[in-house]
Design a protein around this ligand. Structure first.
Ligand SMILES: Nc1ncnc2c1ncn2[C@@H]1O[C@H](COP(=O)(O)OP(=O)(O)OP(=O)(O)O)[C@@H](O)[C@H]1O
Ligand SMILES: [Zn+2]
Length: 826
């Protein structure tokens, strides 16, 4: 190739042509990363295609500086997929490719800054330059990213350049290497001439130095144990010898050292998954599997919606299909909402497929992530299991993509772009690969239900739970509603737990059975308020009240759930000095206290974001529960995928959390959450019971959950959506405007929306820009415009694309984010 077209990580929708110097022509290929000059910067890009004939180019062609890969980082398939993502989600191709590559592999430029002169007053007063200059005062030199971290704001590079031009700053730009690469280690072995076991004894005779003798003996010892090439550090330690003794053996040609890659794996510290259970599929599993297996056999594209009620055994269907795919020499991707929350599912895959699996999760180090990515790309591993981003795993030869719990909103990426939905990308990726896609859920999304109805997906149903050895299926648990307003009127409500729920828990403790309790709100109390003047503490940086949390020592502190800021609580109201401060509402910590009070003899576990921050935090709590703790209390984390046979009671402390949010999906979410959590009860021989506490007993989401009536709920909700042209009947996108000054954000939103109206086809309905329901988060004001189209997603996409192009850049520090198929309109 003499020229190449390169995709760059810039928010511009085009590729750039570069020349290829003669010495690189044999090494560069499609999908390779290359280093290129771009304005004054150097950027890492990916070669998308061969470029035009250099003779035909009518601009000054710049050359690529370096080829960064020996093998393509991006396959041609991945280039096609990312291009589709860029078009569909209205972002740049470079942004989409970035999401498909492990972070940290790009060469970065770092800017080191130093203050040279006393800055003039107008700069000291300047809103952005002031803090920057103050930060640099008295420092030697420091990187721009360190400054940004210290100040907690963005420092625009343009500002830095202006200050440099005025001689106030000295800027030194350096290229740093990629932060991750394959990790290698040094191993030691006998040289070819000395490999015979008897040679070691001869060597020990010959050698004079006692350390050298010890090294030879230790190396022979490792070999006897089956490790002919031990790590150099291990060998030195065992022989208690130094590098120089080893080097003299190397010089004598007796031993040699080799550099080999070590693979960093997060599986190393997970417990062994144990042997794979050998289940015979029950009739409805068999039927579902047969349908999937036929499509796998044909190697043609098809998407299935597997609607299997809770405990119907969907995972076994995925496993059986995956075995077929591997037998064909193809590969598979399993998407789960979040690895830490679905440990049992992951362990089940590991027990069947062992070392061929790459488990990708959010708590992996950059090195672990890179290693998994490289092994998948090179075909050393053939299964990727992980959350959202695993849909972009770099494997060739895909035969199957499973999306477990396909209704989960965590499959939608929010920030940064590409704001893709992993389920929809999975369907597209299967299509591009003639592969099969299986979307599984007990509560499918209404989008998928309609796609099945319209014939795009094939629906498969598993309406019964897995039968026991006698052939009878466990029944779905009995659901009962406790009306909290009634309880209160009868003065029977003392804390958060009603009398019937307490009695049911007591019975479980006495029988040695287990209880799962959902309270979908973390912390101690959502609000603290002054009883005299009504004052409540707000976060300094976000427009929300702060939540009361219990500290480890039993005291109280305040925390903002949007930015994480914490503050001490106050004794008296800062506004009227009253001591009468009231903690209103209930979080998991408060329920935990009540449980410990009421059931002092019970072992209570709490699982929420606060109790699971450490690595394997979820895992520890769940294994304590498996070992027989009485009560597992938690936020929505506990609603998914858990499979414990002794759980016979599920209690929902407050079923109304989330129900009344101003989002058209609020009811769907609530129904899904209640059905999923109810499904944790009575999964084996013991019959389950569910108690929902609510103040809205007549609400549709609750009433249908009461009867486990998914189809009824879907039909009723779809009717409402149709009238309002909400998805799945219409298409939706949002544009969010963000920045530090409200008036400017509002103006930006208005101008952008005006331009959008100009570029839109007539069926596109565009709302007025309005503040987000939490208007300010982390010092940034947020406004939002919602667009709908009854007819076609394409109309939205082209209007957004055209507006973005014609509008041009926005002021520094201000952002416009396009979110196609947005979920969560808050
Ligand atoms: N054919 C089978 N024979 C015996 N046991 C089975 C069979 N299929 C699945 N199981 C067991 O039944 C239980 C439920 O299966 P699984 O967890 O796959 O259900 P699920 O459909 O994913 O449920 P949920 O949606 O509630 O998470 C598991 O313990 C699993 O090992
Ligand atoms: Zn905040």
């Amino acid at each position: 190739m003499t020229t190449v077209d390169v995709v760059l990580p810039v928010p511009v929708d085009q590729t750039y042509t570069y020349g290829v110097p003669t010495e690189m022509r044999d090494t560069v290929d499609i999908g390779h990363r290359v280093l290129v000059p771009f304005g004054k910067r150097r950027l890492t890009g990916v070669v998308a295609s061969e470029g035009p004939d250099p003779e035909s180019v009518d601009f000054a062609l710049k050359d690529i500086l370096d080829v960064l890969d020996e093998r393509p980082a991006c396959s041609e398939e991945m280039l096609r997929l990312t291009k589709w993502i860029a078009n569909y989600y209205v972002c740049s191709w470079g942004e989409a490719i970035k999401a498909a590559l492990p972070s940290g592999i790009n060469v970065k430029s770092t800017h080191r800054l130093r203050r040279t002169e006393e800055p003039p007053g107008q700069w000291v007063e300047h809103e952005q330059a002031g803090p920057l200059l103050a930060d640099l005062e008295g420092r030697d030199d420091t990187t721009l990213s360190a400054i940004r971290k210290r100040l907690g704001t963005t420092v625009p590079l343009g500002l830095v350049r202006r200050l440099a031009a005025e001689g106030i700053l000295e800027v030194n730009t350096q290229l740093s290497d990629a932060r991750v690469s394959a990790k290698t280690a040094t191993y030691v072995r006998f040289s070819a001439a000395f490999q015979h076991p008897s040679a070691a004894a001869d060597l020990v005779e010959q050698l004079r130095g006692s350390k050298q003798k010890a090294l030879i003996e230790a190396l022979a010892g490792f070999r006897e144990e089956g490790t002919p090439e031990p790590l150099r550090t291990d060998l030195l330690e065992r022989a208690e010898a130094s590098h120089s003794s080893l080097n003299s053996l190397v010089d004598k040609g007796m031993v040699e050292t080799v550099e080999k890659e070590v693979v960093r794996s997060p599986l190393d510290d997970l417990p062994d998954p144990g042997p794979a259970p050998d289940h015979t599929l029950h009739p409805s599993q068999q039927e579902a599997y047969d349908a999937v297996a036929r499509a796998v056999e044909d190697q043609s594209y098809q998407t299935f919606l597997l609607h299997g009620i809770t405990g119907s055994g969907k995972t076994e269907v995925y496993i059986a299909a995956l075995k077929d795919v591997l037998a064909q020499g193809r590969t598979g991707i399993i998407l789960v909402p979040e690895i830490a929350l679905t440990p049992q599912t992951v362990q089940r895959f590991r027990s069947h497929f062992g070392d061929t699996i790459a488990v990708l999760h959010s708590q992996m180090s950059m090195g672990e992530r890179f290693d998994a990515w490289r092994q998948l790309r090179d075909g050393e591993l053939s299964i990727a299991i992980g959350p959202r981003s695993a849909v972009l795993a770099p494997m060739d030869n895909l035969g199957l993509i499973v999306v477990d719990e396909e209704h989960e909103s965590s499959y939608k990426q929010f920030d940064p772009a590409p704001r893709y939905h992993a389920r929809d990308v999975a369907v597209m990726r299967a299509y591009l690969n003639d592969a099969v896609c299986v979307l599984g859920s007990a509560t499918p999304s209404l989008e998928s239900v309609m796609n099945a109805e319209w014939g795009k997906y094939t629906r498969l149903n598993m309406p019964e739970r897995v039968p026991d050895s006698s052939g009878t299926s466990a029944e779905l648990p009995n659901v009962e509603i406790v009306d909290l307003t009634l309880q209160k009127r009868k003065h029977q409500l003392e804390g958060a737990l009603s009398e019937p729920l307490r009695a049911a828990i007591r019975a479980r403790i006495d029988r040695g059975e287990q209880t799962i309790l959902l309270q979908n709100r973390r912390g101690f109390a959502p609000v603290i308020e002054c009883c005299d003047c009504g004052w409540a503490p707000l976060c300094r940086d976000c427009s929300v009240t702060m939540t009361v949390h219990k500290t480890r020592s039993g005291g109280r502190m305040l925390q903002c759930h949007y930015c994480g800021r914490t503050e001490p609580t106050m004794r008296a109201c800062p506004s009227c000095n009253s001591q009468d401060l009231h903690q209103i509402g209930t979080g998991t910590q408060r329920v935990e206290d009540e449980l410990n009070d009421v059931f002092p003899d019970a072992e209570v576990l709490r699982m929420d974001r606060d109790s699971t921050r450490k690595k394997h935090g979820h895992h520890k709590i769940l294994s304590q529960f498996r070992n027989g703790a009485d009560i597992l209390l938690g936020t929505q984390m506990i609603a998914k995928g858990l499979d414990f046979s002794r759980v016979t009671l599920v209690g929902v402390v407050d079923a109304d959390v989330g129900l009344l949010l101003p989002d058209f999906r609020a009811e769907e979410r609530t129904f899904q959450l209640l059905t999923q959590v109810a499904g944790r009860a009575g999964r084996a021989d013991l019959r389950g019971e569910v108690i929902l506490q609510t103040r809205n007993p007549e609400h549709k989401a609750l009433q249908f959950a009461l009867d486990h009536d998914f189809d009824g709920f879907a039909a009723s909700e779809l009717e409402d959506r149709k009238i309002l042209s909400y998805p799945p009947f219409g298409h939706l996108a949002t544009v969010e405007f963000r920045g530090p000054k409200e008036a400017r954000v509002e103006r930006l939103a208005e101008n952008w929306t005006k331009a959008l109206r100009k570029h839109s086809a007539s069926d596109v309905l565009i709302g007025d820009p309005s503040p987000a329901s939490v208007k300010r988060v982390k010092k940034q004001f947020r406004y939002r415009t919602v667009l709908k189209s009854r007819q076609s997603q394409k109309h939205l996409q082209s209007a957004l694309r055209r507006t973005e192009q014609s509008f041009g850049s926005v002021p520094n520090g201000y952002h416009v984010s396009i979110d196609v198929d947005a979920v969560g309109l808050l």
